[in-house]
Design a binder for this molecule. Structure first.
Ligand SMILES: [Zn+2]
Length: 215
């Protein structure tokens, strides 16, 4: 007589020498197998396009309005919903290529950092038009303004939490805020500006407090 091993509902391993018992188990397994098959087929045909890898050919160029930034030897980081998906290096000409597999991310943020550049948001993409998109970014990012002339954050597309960055020593670097429970916190945002505590002037000109990104 053959020996079979199967899992009981209480998840303990049992060996069965009784073939009748096995037939009962097999009978109950049949609908499960069918459901599992449907699930696998749905997964394969239904969600497959979302899990295709995306191979991006990227170009980083100087913003014509502000050409002070170095674009050589930068690092590019792609984040999906604030999770790092890929890292790569930019070549001497400001080009890079990066491949990653998106899952269900709502947006993809492109960040750069380098020798003279703090982490900087250079662009945000909601979805990719193809599996091999060709994207050009500018440093600092090209920004749009709303009807009131306020700069719009490239990530959240809103202007209400965007502050102009102020660099330099000798500035009031923070504003004191006292919360309801009496705790005192210091915010770098004061007088409508985001104050950076460094005398080295950075590339970023704006800061979005909603996404906590500089651009
Ligand atoms: Zn934002």
């Amino acid at each position: 007589m053959k020996r079979y091993i199967f899992i009981r509902a209480d998840a303990t391993w049992k060996s069965a020498t009784d073939s009748k018992q096995w037939i009962v188990v097999r009978h109950f397994m049949r609908p499960f197998k069918f459901i599992a098959l449907i699930f696998v087929v749905t997964l394969y045909f239904g969600f497959k396009p979302l899990t295709n890898p995306v191979s991006i050919t990227g170009h980083i160029r100087k913003n014509p309005k502000d050409t002070s930034a170095y674009i050589e030897h930068l690092f590019v980081t792609v984040k999906g919903d604030n999770k790092i998906l890929a890292n790569t290096m930019v070549d001497d000409k400001g080009n890079f290529s990066v491949t990653f597999t998106p899952t269900n991310e709502k947006s993809f943020g492109f960040f750069v950092n380098g020798v003279a550049i703090d982490t900087l948001l250079i662009g945000s993409v909601k979805s990719f038009s193809s599996d091999t998109p060709d994207l050009t970014f500018y440093i600092p990012a090209l920004t749009k303004k709303n009807f009131f002339g306020q700069t719009i954050c490239p990530k959240c597309d809103k202007a209400d939490k965007v502050y102009k960055i102020r660099y330099g020593d000798g500035l009031p670097l923070s504003s004191m805020q006292i919360s309801d429970n009496g705790d005192t916190t210091y915010s770098p945002i004061g007088n409508g500006r985001y104050n950076v505590g460094t005398c080295i002037v950075g590339v970023a000109t704006y800061y979005c407090d909603r996404d906590r990104v500089r651009f």
